[in-house]
Design a binder for this molecule. Sequence first.
Ligand SMILES: NC(=O)c1ccc[n+]([C@@H]2O[C@H](COP(=O)([O-])OP(=O)(O)OC[C@H]3O[C@@H](n4cnc5c(N)ncnc54)[C@H](OP(=O)(O)O)[C@@H]3O)[C@@H](O)[C@H]2O)c1
Length: 273
Amino acid sequence: MGKILILGGSGLVGKALINEFKHGYDVYGTYSTKFITNLPEDRQFQLEVQDISKMIEIISSIQPDSVISCIRGEFDQQLKFHKELAEVLRNMKSKLYFFSTTNVFDGDFSKPHTETDLTIAESDYGNFKIECENILKDILDERVKIIRIPAIWGVDSPRWNSMKESIKKNNVIDVYSNLECNNLSDVQLGIQLRYIMEHNLKGIFHFCSVDTMTQSQFYEQLFNSMGAEMNLLKNNTYQDSSNTYYFALKSTRDDIPDSHQTTNREIISYLIG
Ligand SMILES: NC(=O)c1ccc[n+]([C@@H]2O[C@H](COP(=O)([O-])OP(=O)(O)OC[C@H]3O[C@@H](n4cnc5c(N)ncnc54)[C@H](OP(=O)(O)O)[C@@H]3O)[C@@H](O)[C@H]2O)c1
């Protein structure tokens, strides 16, 4: 049974991955402030991103076959953390799976971006993720797999809970009618990660719905399915322009089967239940 260590196991992505991998793998996780509810006590460790020596201690004692990083924290501290993590893993046989974001392309909204496109970011978040991706690739080469993801939705995720809360309180939600996006569910993310892990696929991955929708369309369909008041949705145009903008990923890889792909419609059905 392979050993997996999930850094940031108490978060949205981390918890979904624990649910996916706890059958068939020996799973360990770290948390910062929230105890991990879906892991036994002796499989979890409190870890702050600035505590490099504790991270090294945890890795040395577990000797994981795979480390998955879905941790957050202050950017400079995370850069240092991931550099040291890669240095530790360099001398071991473990593989690293690093979660990145659509924001590595937020300097170019002209098209959806594929795995082979050069990154181009404007935001601090996007630039930080690019730097982190590059550090990990420099040190670990093919042993790091970079997984870029769009907005993640889960039945207990912050964005889904906040939408339901706004509807309950009759608060208006602002959306863009000219911003094409894709999305992904937390469960589907786990299924896709298991596939690439078990088939030892390498490189950069864009895990995302195969289709895009404008942000307005996605929210309208969710509102429709919930029977919510449409007048709570306020349409805006991104950049105050009539052009179409893309904050979207696209995958041109042909090594993940169609049966493991998902659509925005399926994500909405999953949320509605
Ligand atoms: N969610 C999305 O829509 C989305 C989209 C694109 C990319 N991503 C990327 O995917 C990864 C996971 O995202 P997520 O949504 O699952 O994040 P999340 O729910 O906020 O979880 C973050 C995890 O990191 C831990 N953490 C936060 N600050 C920390 C610190 N200072 N030191 C140590 N641990 C710390 C949290 O611990 P506690 O909860 O115990 O405090 C939690 O386990 C991130 O790298 C994010 O950039 C997420």
